[in-house]
Design a protein around this ligand. Sequence first.
Ligand code: CP
Length: 331
Amino acid sequence: MMRNFITTRDWSRSELQDILDYALTLKAQPFQPLLKNKSIAMLFFNPSLRTKTSFEIGISELSGTAVILQPGKDAWSIEFKDKQVMDGEPEEHVKEVAEVLSSYCDCIAIRAFPKFIDWELDRTDHVIKSFAKYSSVPVVNMETIEHPCQELAHLLTLQEHFGTLEGKEYLLTWTYHPKPLNTAVANSSLLIASKFGMNVTLLCPSESYHLDKRYLDAANENCSNESASFNISYDIAEAYAGKQIVYAKSWGSLENYGDASKQSKQNNQYKNFIVDEQKMGLTNSAVFSHCLPLRRNVKATDGVMDSDYCLAVAEAANRKHVQKSILSKIL
Ligand code: CP
């Protein structure tokens, strides 16, 4: 059966653990011809350093072929709405794009951030869902409104550090950034930490920064299934106290979605959410991580980033191994 990798919600915990276990095998033995005669089209609607590099090199290490396309730049711009009179910018419809790429390639991978205009539309994840609808090969999410590859790299890094993760005290903290950013990694953090049985706390400046209800509900449900706890805090000292894992991400308030200026002004009130040594000192000797890219001394201090408890680079390195494992499984 053809299997997409769009969200970890479609994969059971044991299936995800199989991917993580196999990622460790590939980490130990990186060069294997598992994707020989296979090709993957990677469509980037947004910039990337880690995702682009780790996928392309990982595919090469498995003897596969990667084709990188940037619609609207080096490839034609794409229309996603049905029944359109296409007399605007897009030159072709996603239906033909997905069908043509499916005829050449064995997998289509997509990076398509939300447009930051209308969350009700963006939360449908319509770009990658359109590719999944019209493609006859598996579709992989390289970050849309979730970032499932980052999730698995995060988990692998934590499992390497701690072994079992059940019952670990996990904090996802909002952190300051001058611009309103995507909620994808934060959504993903809640999904994966709760699925693997950690006691999860979401720290954000106010209710205005709550993540979409879909992810809060999923975290609640997962934690309940795993006999773990999920709570939301607005109190920095209380939230950091006793934590073993601190994961940081900035995002724009969904309440003011579509108004970047208002979101930025709102963010500017909460520069004190930066992750610093004093806050990390409140934890139970926690490790710190972030998906990267990260603005130093804005989101986290040099002291935190250069500490021996910072796992951000190890997590980025693990992207390659988990993605190779995902592609090996679905192809
Ligand atoms: N974390 C991550 O996806 O990095 P890039 O945006 O550089 O790909």
